[in-house]
Design a protein around this ligand. Structure first.
Ligand code: SF4
Length: 178
């Protein structure tokens, strides 16, 4: 199974809690005005890597850097490649890493998509924190942690799936930059 990527950032503190490795998926259908990653939109650009090679690469980085807390899937739109990223997430979680996933789709849209696309359901279930929704330039707020506009939510997926109610990820210290 292959994944098309725009790139990888080995260490980030701005794409979710703690020190994280960020996988940027290539391809995005949303075209948000003011998007910071326009090079990631073309579904035919970037490069491909097998799931096995990508997992091996991240496993090696984690072995050499135990303060790495987790992996973030950004983009691009990760849910365009939900099946391979869902498989990757499952293997990474078995290593003890947590998963943050960005999406231009809302949680509700992803839930509807999951009815006919098993990969979307799989990636959603493997995600610890979903940062959902389009980037909206007119709701831009530089004080927000991990996201660019006020409409975007940090959703605790396990709690949301358990209760059937959208449950926001609670860590007040990281909701806004100090
Ligand atoms: S969803 Fe993200 S990558 Fe896609 S256009 Fe919007 S801001 Fe850019």
């Amino acid at each position: 199974m292959e994944i098309r990527l725009a790139g990888i950032t080995e260490e980030s503190i701005v794409d979710g809690p703690g020190l994280r490795l960020v996988v940027f998926a290539q391809g995005c259908p949303h075209h948000c005005q003011g998007c910071h990653n326009p090079d990631t939109h073309d579904v035919n650009s970037g490069y491909t890597i097998t799931l096995t090679d990508l997992f091996g690469y991240i496993e090696q980085r984690f072995a050499g850097n135990k303060i790495l807390r987790g992996v973030t899937f950004s983009g691009g739109e990760p849910f365009l490649q939900a099946e391979p990223l869902g498989c990757l997430a499952e293997r990474l979680k078995a290593l003890g890493l947590d998963i943050v996933c960005y999406s231009g789709f809302t949680f509700e849209q992803l839930g509807a998509m999951a009815i006919t696309n098993t990969g979307v359901g799989q990636l959603l279930r493997q995600t610890d924190i979903l940062i959902d929704g389009l980037y909206r330039a007119n709701e831009r707020d530089l004080g927000l942690a991990f996201r660019g506009s006020r409409n975007q939510r940090l959703i605790d997926i396990a709690a949301t799936l358990a209760t059937g109610q959208i449950t926001l990820w609670e860590d007040a210290s990281q909701k806004r930059w100090a």
